[in-house]
Design a protein around this ligand. Structure first.
Ligand code: HEC
Length: 153
């Protein structure tokens, strides 16, 4: 009856695994929050860098470079809000549950930001300043729209 004796061991092993999986999941969730907050910080820095230079055509190469950073980050955003990384999951995050209940709108705004940044990334010294300003203003509006609907104030 060796088999019967093994059952408690098997159950204990399954329980230990479940516990470990739970811990691993919690760590991963917190890491997602950490990574996406870092990414938002980088995007803010890049946006500020670009906004400070919209009147200076000799700096449009730098502005375009900042725009490429924002474009890449905006695309990465799509992967940084998996299920299990909300405040309801016990994590310290400003992400609202609407991200998971109204996902298409969230993804659309992230893609919109990536497209707008992609447009700004193509400017040259001959691009009229008012166009650069308009593109920057559109991006800022997209940041704000997403925060209004998907981020706790
Ligand atoms: C698609 C939605 C979306 C877009 C677009 C977006 N954000 Fe956010 N942003 C969020 C969410 C959600 C959070 C909260 C993240 C968290 O706490 O997990 C956030 C957080 C932040 C934070 C705080 C980071 C921290 O350290 O807690 C900053 C700064 C920020 N965003 C700046 C920006 C800027 C600048 C832009 C535009 C260039 C932008 N965001 C575009 C959704 C968005």
């Amino acid at each position: 009856m060796k088999f019967e004796f093994r059952w408690p061991i098997a159950i204990a092993a399954v329980l230990a695994l479940a516990l470990l999986a739970g811990v691993a999941l919690a760590a991963t969730g917190a890491q997602f929050v950490q990574v996406r907050r870092g990414l938002f910080g980088e995007m803010s820095g890049a946006l500020k860098h670009a906004a400070d230079r919209w009147q200076d055509p000799t700096a449009y190469g730098e502005v375009a470079q900042s725009a490429r950073v924002i474009q890449r980050d905006a695309r990465d955003l799509l992967k940084l809000f998996p299920k299990g990384t909300s405040a309801s999951d016990g994590l310290r995050t400003a992400a609202l549950d609407s991200i998971w209940s109204e996902r298409p709108g969230f993804d659309r705004l992230a893609n919109q930001l990536a497209d707008e940044a992609g447009g700004l990334a193509t400017i040259t010294e001959t691009t009229p300043s008012r166009d650069v300003h308009r593109q920057l203003a559109a991006m800022v509006a997209t940041c704000k729209a997403c925060h209004r609907d998907y981020r706790a104030q």
